[in-house]
Design a protein around this ligand. Structure first.
Ligand SMILES: Cc1cc2nc3c(=O)[nH]c(=O)nc-3n(C[C@H](O)[C@H](O)[C@H](O)COP(=O)(O)OP(=O)(O)OC[C@H]3O[C@@H](n4cnc5c(N)ncnc54)[C@H](O)[C@@H]3O)c2cc1C
Length: 406
């Protein structure tokens, strides 16, 4: 059995592990080893933002995050916020651009640029990388830790757990971090997929597949409002996705049976929508009823609303009664889709839940159970909404963990 002595071992070469390794090397000047189970580091990072990498959000603030104790994230996020993240990336050579909604992307529009500048920075800081190195076990040995992978062992006097979560399985989302944490006595919450597609009931109108709309969304169970969002919705074959849909998926995962998604498809009050359809009937009396919303909404969506209002598609608009128009306007203001769940971890962007943060010091990310053991990123029970918030958490928590308590 080969054994190597190192000083700082970072387990996981994703967003949080890379920045933690870089920080540890820069701040402590110690030998840092970045251990990655996949063939290369940063694989998930390359897939983020549809290959564009939405690396942070200018509007991200500590109050935007979720978890059993979201206040845990405050210290890390206020000491390394979105401005610090942009400054950091500028310093290591990345040109960025900020889009509406505060979303920050590389100017190149390619996530490769983000990983490239990080890799160059790791090289400059002399961080040693070891890929195809899945850490199977971490055993405390006095003040140090023995890390095992197959036949190999390493000895480190500080370990940063940055294994990510269960989301995005095809990109390397695994349960390893939770298992390694548990073996060291750390507890975890239940895990739920978040930022993923919402699946709706089987009578969902499939003709909507591919339609995009700006809408306001409310997730209800009976009269109880579970969550709301607004923005772009994309209709899929069997439900909704897009940023506004993604932002409700966390609540769907937690919400149980009987949830209904309510979409407001035009940004006007009831009377405004009603007067639009009345005006249309007056203006185009001979037009088929199925075209009632054509020119206002995507035509396929308009036809679905007319059908949902129980109006025959081919009758002329002039034959519609005031009640027909009221029902159609109502469908546009409150289009209801019963929910049957989410798409699960494979398609999810982030894991809601994780290692319980009570067991870590929010000012250092150090384990309260094992001195010299740190954790960061998605592995911990902190997650954020869609739009650069989760990478911001990965950078902020990784940066703090990499300081190794200094
Ligand atoms: C498709 C997709 C798109 C996304 N888009 C965005 C976006 O645009 N903006 C945004 O803010 N967030 C986005 N996210 C979320 C974001 O990517 C994650 O929250 C972030 O990568 C978490 O960083 P992390 O370092 O904690 O985990 P990861 O980036 O998942 O890194 C963990 C690493 O640890 C490695 N590892 C695991 N176990 C072991 C082990 N036993 N030994 C060694 N290595 C191990 C894994 O292989 C992995 O490389 C997206 C996620 C997905 C799946």
């Amino acid at each position: 059995m080969r054994q190597q002595f190192t000083t700082v071992a970072v387990v996981g070469g994703g967003a949080s592990g890379i920045i933690a390794a870089l920080t540890a090397a820069e701040v402590s000047g110690r030998h840092v080893l970045l251990l990655e189970r996949q063939q290369r580091i940063g694989r998930k990072l390359l897939a983020t933002g549809n290959g564009r990498c939405n690396l942070t959000n200018q509007n991200a603030s500590p109050t935007d995050y979720f978890g059993r104790d979201p206040a845990f994230a405050e210290y890390a996020l206020s000491h390394f916020g979105p401005v610090d993240a942009q400054r950091f990336f500028s310093r290591i050579g990345l040109l960025t651009v900020t889009e509406p909604g505060g979303r920050v992307y590389p100017f190149s529009d390619s996530s490769n640029s983000v990983l490239d500048v990080l890799r160059f920075a790791l090289d400059r800081a002399a961080v040693e990388q070891r890929c195809s190195f899945p850490v199977d076990e971490i055993i405390p040995k006095g003040k140090a830790y023995l890390l095992k992978s197959g036949n190999e062992t390493l000895l480190a006097d500080a370990v940063i757990l940055a294994c990510g979560g269960a989301a995005g399985a095809k990109l390397g989302g695994v349960m390893d971090g939770y298992r390694l944490g548990k073996a060291l006595g750390h507890r975890r919450t239940s895990l739920y997929p978040s930022l993923t597609r919402i699946l709706t009931a089987s009578d969902y109108p499939r003709s909507l597949k591919g339609v995009r709309v700006q809408a306001s969304l409310r997730l209800m169970r009976g009269d109880h409002l579970l969550a709301e969002s607004a923005g772009e919705v994309q209709f899929t074959e069997n439900g909704v996705s897009g940023p506004a849909g993604f932002d409700l998926s966390r609540a769907v995962s937690f919400g149980g049976e009987g949830q209904v998604l309510h979409l407001k498809l035009l940004p006007f009050e009831s009377e405004g929508i009603l007067s639009l359809v009345h005006a249309r009937q007056k203006q185009f009396p001979e037009l088929e009823a199925s075209e009632l919303f054509t020119g206002m909404l995507h035509n396929r969506l308009g036809r679905v609303l007319v059908k949902a209002a129980g109006i025959p598609a081919t009758v002329p608009l002039k034959t519609l009664t005031p009640e027909d128009l009221r029902t159609a306007a109502r469908k546009c203001e409150d289009f209801c889709l019963p929910v049957r769940g989410t798409d699960g971890f494979d398609a999810a962007q982030v894991t809601a839940g994780g290692l319980i943060t009570d067991d870590f010091d929010p000012k250092t990310m150090q384990s309260r159970l094992h001195p010299g053991l740190y954790a960061c990123g998605e592995l911990l029970d902190i997650d954020g909404p869609c739009g650069g918030y989760n990478l911001q958490w990965a950078w902020a928590s990784g940066r703090l963990a990499g300081r190794l308590g200094t």
